[in-house]
Design a protein around this ligand. Structure first.
Ligand code: SAM
Length: 300
């Protein structure tokens, strides 16, 4: 099927299938070919890639990418879109459509299965999605937390359309108001590049916000070496849950320190002023504290 990005095609599909867009699922469909092309260029697909798409909608991105890779898996939560996708994408024989909530899909396992099923080696794994805005951060975290730094099942990049405000958070600096737990978490696993700003007029219906296409280029090694990843992320979460509190107070809730005296000692040994707030700390500084606490806990 041609021109899936055309508002006329979307209206025809709505009519043919009696389909009504569901706002609660973040259904703002792309209607700008230039943006679709920019997404394709950002992903830089290769004939032996495995590409996984989150939220294909009626298949506007899938239709352009599937012919440019080896295997294409599209994960769509809305079962009303499945027969539509089977229709709009019927000329591609390398597509698998999965009707599921991406937050419940084990992406590592999916990659493993795809690799097994493919009769020739798959080169790189890339993920793409014009993400539903209501769960952008949980989706990114769901994939990152399952990311395997070792060669097997390694995801090379993720190209996501997201609200501009979220994109700004991902590339913000320590101490700025955009800086948050998501900034540190994403930076731990990936380097971010903003590819293109997208006005709301590029969607049907237009959302109330400006969007950005961001490419997350996965690191082969985390940005900092930590002895205990869970402890490291517990510190980040604790300090941003109570953003306005000093480290000496906020980190008490991380679940890894027994007393204020212990925390004070850990901060001192890490060279971090206990009166600072978590929102001013870099990945390296959180790693110092995490590694110090981890060593102290070994001795106790
Ligand atoms: N890719 C299409 C496009 O660009 O026109 C649609 C993008 S639309 C912003 C988001 C899509 O994600 C919708 O098709 C929606 O049904 C789907 N979606 C929403 N929540 C989802 C979830 N938890 N898992 C998988 N898909 C989801």
């Amino acid at each position: 099927m041609e021109k899936l990005y055309s508002p006329k095609t979307i209206s025809e599909i709505k009519e043919k299938y009696g389909f009504a867009l569901r706002k609660t699922l973040g259904q703002n469909f792309l209607t700008d070919k230039n943006i679709v092309d920019a997404i394709v260029a950002t992903i830089d697909p290769h004939p032996d890639d495995l590409i996984i798409e989150i939220g294909p909608g009626i298949g506007v991105i899938s239709n352009e990418l599937a012919p440019r890779c080896k295997r294409y898996v599209a994960i769509e939560i809305d079962n009303r879109l499945i027969p539509i996708l089977e229709d709009t994408l019927n000329e591609h024989d390398n597509i698998k459509i999965i009707n599921a909530d991406v937050l419940k899909v084990d992406i590592g396992k999916l990659i493993e299965e795809e690799k097994k099923e493919s009769n020739s080696p798959l080169n790189r794994v890339k993920i793409v999605g014009n993400l539903p805005y209501y769960i952008t951060t949980p989706i990114i975290m769901h994939i990152l937390e399952n990311q395997n730094f070792s060669a097997e099942n390694f995801i090379e990049s993720m190209t996501f359309m997201m609200q501009k405000e979220v994109a700004d958070r991902l590339s913000s600096q320590a101490g700025s108001k955009e800086y948050g737990a998501i900034t540190l978490a994403v930076n731990f696993y990936a380097r971010c590049e903003e590819a293109v700003r997208v006005p709301s007029g590029a969607f049907m219906p237009p959302p109330k916000v400006t969007s950005s296409v961001v490419k997350l280029i996965m690191r082969r090694e985390p940005v900092v070496q930590v002895r205990d990843v869970h402890l490291y992320f517990a510190l980040i979460r604790a300090s941003f849950n109570q953003r306005r509190k000093t480290l000496l107070n906020s980190l008490m809730t991380c679940g890894y320190v027994e007393s204020k005296a212990m925390l004070k000692e850990a901060l001192k040994a890490s060279g971090i002023d206990p009166g600072r707030r978590g929102e001013t700390l870099t990945n390296e500084e959180f790693a110092h504290i995490a590694n110090t606490i981890s060593k102290m806990r070994e001795v106790i």
